[in-house]
Write a protein that binds this ligand. Structure first.
Ligand SMILES: [Zn+2]
Length: 70
């Protein structure tokens, strides 16, 4: 049995995250991406305080190559 790595819910299909978490993470990604687009040169702390998205979440997006900050 596999659990969602974010909320612990049992996954019905193969994967790392449940559909709820996938959806939430996608929304967070869009918010952060939009924020960076509108505030050029922002740092990590400005992103988290401006979007409410937690630092580890933003770091994960950067690690996955989905985001680039200066
Ligand atoms: Zn989940």
């Amino acid at each position: 049995m596999v659990n969602c790595q974010r909320c612990g819910q049992v996954l019905l299909a193969e994967g790392t995250y449940c559909s709820t978490c996938n959806h939430e993470m996608e929304q967070q990604f869009r918010v952060v991406r939009e924020f960076i687009r509108n505030h050029q040169g922002v740092n990590l702390f400005e992103i988290t305080s401006g979007t409410g998205v937690a630092i580890p979440v933003v770091l994960q997006m950067i690690k996955e190559g989905r985001l680039k900050i200066n």
